[in-house]
Design a protein around this ligand. Structure first.
Ligand code: AMP
Length: 196
């Protein structure tokens, strides 16, 4: 299996790039943000709970998020591997993911961090908000809160995997194709390492 974490602040292009990598490498893309939006759209209790956090730019509690992620992985028992997009976002989520994959005799092979500066992020998210219909994409204060939450709670995950020599930085500025090529090159290297 090849398991990749696509990492980076909100608006760094994780969703767009994960979809391209999914096709190119035949991996299953799991976005916890998309899973929450599906639950919200279907008015489920999980969705209602998640919405109260998402609308404020806060993280949904770990116990809800980890269970939902594991259920989704279990549904793809025949997958060649996964691209995790927007997960893990806290250290307990990273530890839970590692333990969960270890039970399956698998592991995270690499974390690819898309590097994009704060001004560019704000611009991209406000632009996306014009068409995404996402309540958390329209308000500058909420977007700034999401960036703050990323820096405080999520960024340490880079170091967590760096200690295992698994974290890599990718320049997240450029055209979608340029960034996709940079990511694909790294994924190819990682997949060669797992097969040798
Ligand atoms: P995203 O689509 O990845 O930007 O996620 C949108 C929102 O969903 C985030 O701002 C969080 O409120 C929530 N969310 C998504 N993934 C997670 C996660 N792994 N842990 C906690 N909250 C999450």
């Amino acid at each position: 299996m090849l398991n990749i974490i696509l990492f980076g602040p909100p608006g760094s292009g994780k969703g767009t790039q994960a979809k391209l990598l999914e096709k190119r490498f035949n991996l299953v893309h799991i976005s916890t943000g998309d899973l929450f939006r599906y639950e919200i759209g279907h008015h489920t209790p999980l969705g209602q709970k998640a919405k109260s956090y998402i609308d404020k730019g806060l993280l949904v509690p770990d116990e809800v998020t980890i269970g939902m992620l594991q259920n989704k992985v279990e549904k793809h028992s025949d997958a060649a591997g996964f691209i995790f997009d927007g997960f893990p976002r806290t250290l307990p989520q990273a530890e839970a993911l590692d333990a969960f994959l270890a039970q399956k005799h698998s592991q995270i092979d690499g974390l690819l961090m898309l590097e994009v500066d704060d001004d560019e992020i704000l611009k991209r998210i406000l632009n996306r908000g014009k068409t995404s219909g996402r309540s958390d994409d329209n308000n500058e204060a909420i977007i700034r809160n999401r960036i703050k939450v990323f820096n405080e709670q999520t960024a340490p995950i880079f170091d967590y995997y760096a200690q295992k020599n698994k974290s890599f930085k990718i320049n997240g500025i450029g055209s979608i194709e340029e960034i996709a090529d940079r990511l694909a090159q790294k994924v190819r290297e990682l997949s060669e390492e797992t097969t040798t």
